[in-house]
Design a protein around this ligand. Structure first.
Ligand SMILES: [Zn+2]
Length: 126
């Protein structure tokens, strides 16, 4: 599923792209790409993956060019916002979910995907 976003925006990723996200996060990933694209033409995604806390981590690379501190601040805002959104979007299907400790690792899961893993409708884990 990770390759979908890479194929949709081949010019936005470093090569080889390190992208490991569930299909449920494609919307969040798409928004990050669009926000970075509109911010500065030299911005690239170096990596996009689910971190150990179960949230989306986006590493941004800067191609040669001039970047003022406003852009750096905005990049931090964009990636932080994506991280926050990812905590509420089911990693499997993108439906509203909560960050839980699933058998396959911490990740946001909607109630249906939690039940499929034998969990009982948990909300965000501490
Ligand atoms: Zn789900």
């Amino acid at each position: 599923m990770s390759q979908v976003i890479v194929h949709a925006h081949p010019d936005m990723f470093m090569s080889p792209p390190l992208v490991e996200i569930g299909g449920g996060w494609l919307g969040v990933a798409e928004k990050v790409i669009q926000d970075l694209k509109s911010l500065h033409p030299g911005l690239r995604v170096g990596a996009m993956f689910k971190d150990s806390q179960g949230m989306l981590q986006v590493d941004v690379a800067f191609e040669a060019g001039d970047y003022d501190s406003d852009i750096l601040d905005r990049v931090l805002e964009i990636t932080s916002q994506a991280r926050l959104y990812s905590a509420w979007a089911c990693h499997v299907d993108g439906k509203p979910g909560w960050l839980v400790d699933a058998p396959d690792g911490r990740r946001p899961l909607c109630p249906a995907c939690q039940r499929r893993r034998g969990l009982k409708g948990m909300r965000h884990a501490a």
